[in-house]
Design a protein around this ligand. Structure first.
Ligand code: DNO
Ligand code: MN
Length: 359
């Protein structure tokens, strides 16, 4: 297992590499070129720039999150091929710098979605919140506006302006795309990309839908164990993997996260671990990593990974905003650093329980 931490890049994050290197146990940065539009090749010089910055702090750059997929690929349009070729070029460029895992998602139109980015909680901290009732009363445009207004100058990952200005057109196009068709389009993409990923020594790792159910009638295909099984067996290669995200899959109480993690460990090159608390009406709020604070069995998940000799990368996913930190929604320093320590504590306890010598 290798602990990592997400960083948005120089000038695009409130957190510094110096701060990250001081979190015990963190070995690598999870990064991306957030300003390169989906469908374009990531230039070698730009990749080199980030890799060199990070290296200076003794951290590695082996995990990229995300290389986003152009909508034409998800829609299965005739125009998809050049975008797929560009994706292959990006993988080749990344492999020159020792990148081992590329996280991506196949969510139509927009990435993760919340109704509140800074929801006040009882202890005065704020956190990302999904209000299942409120979302029913909002149009996609209102949700987008709300997400954008709350983030000031920073572009949210997966919420790139060039994608969102096309909202109406995209919704019309997706009207005719069923879940079966979206899955076909994913499999087409995987069949194209997997041999290149294999040659490059890169594992692709699809991120689950967040939240893991349909919103605004859009199709969703990475929601549960069956979906994951279908995707992993469609192209049966270690290069076709899963980003196990306990918070995304865990937003649906009927997902058995421990079973999922144990079933697919050897196809999970990357894990996002965080906790969410469910409410009766389907709403959920993100909490600290601690088991008692939410509904996700974080320690059992870590035990499952440990028992199955998980050798991939792991990161705390989102955190709350605590101690008056001003930061990107979900991506402050403090609560995520606490998350790292909780995860490492759970991992190291397993070592003692299995009588493995710690030093
Ligand atoms: C939000 C993230 C997502 C995630 C992508 C992966 O914080 O969980 O933006 O990175 O969906 O492709
Ligand atoms: Mn995640």
């Amino acid at each position: 297992m290798q602990m990592t931490f997400r960083w948005y890049g120089e000038g695009n994050d409130t957190i510094t590499l110096k701060q990250i290197r001081q979190i015990p146990g963190v070995k690598g940065i999870v990064w991306a070129l957030h300003d390169v539009p989906a469908g374009e090749v990531w230039p070698v010089e730009r990749i080199a720039e980030v890799v060199n910055q990070v290296k200076e702090y003794g951290l590695n750059t082996e995990v990229v999150e995300s290389v986003n997929i152009h909508e034409d690929i998800k829609l299965g349009l005739d125009s998809r091929q050049p975008y797929i070729e560009a994706y292959k070029e990006t993988l080749k460029n990344l492999s020159q710098f020792g990148v081992k895992v590329v996280c991506y998602n196949f969510m139509p139109v927009f990435d993760w979605l919340r109704t509140d980015l800074f929801k006040e909680t009882e202890d005065g901290s704020t956190a990302l919140y999904f209000d299942a009732q409120k979302v029913l009363s909002l149009t996609p445009e209102q949700v987008v506006k709300n997400m954008e207004e709350n983030t000031k100058d920073l572009t949210l990952p997966g919420w790139e302006p060039e994608r969102l200005k096309d909202l109406k057109r995209l919704f019309t196009l997706y009207k005719d795309v069923s879940e079966v068709a979206l899955l076909d389009n994913l499999v087409y993409f995987l069949e194209e990309i997997t041999p290149v990923a294999e040659q490059c020594g890169i594992k692709m790792a699809i991120h689950p839908d967040d939240p893991p159910f349909s919103i605004f009638g859009l199709p969703r295909i990475v929601k549960n164990k069956e979906d994951i099984q279908r995707i992993l067996s469609s192209v049966d290669s270690p290069a076709n993997g899963l980003t196990f995200c306990s918070g995304s899959l865990g937003a649906n109480p009927s997902n058995d996260l421990v079973d999922i993690v144990k079933t697919f460990t050897n196809r999970i090159p990357f894990a996002h671990i965080r906790n969410v608390k469910h409410f009766e009406d389907g709403s959920f709020i993100e909490t600290s990593h601690r088991v008692e604070d939410g509904s996700v069995p974080i320690t059992e998940i870590v035990n499952g990974l440990y028992e199955n000799d998980f050798g991939g990368y792991i990161r705390p996913d989102h955190g709350r905003h605590i101690w008056d930190e001003v930061c990107r929604p979900g991506y402050g320093l403090y609560d995520r650093a606490l998350g790292v320590m909780y995860l490492l504590g759970a991992w190291d306890t397993n070592k003692i329980l299995t009588k493995e010598v710690l030093h």
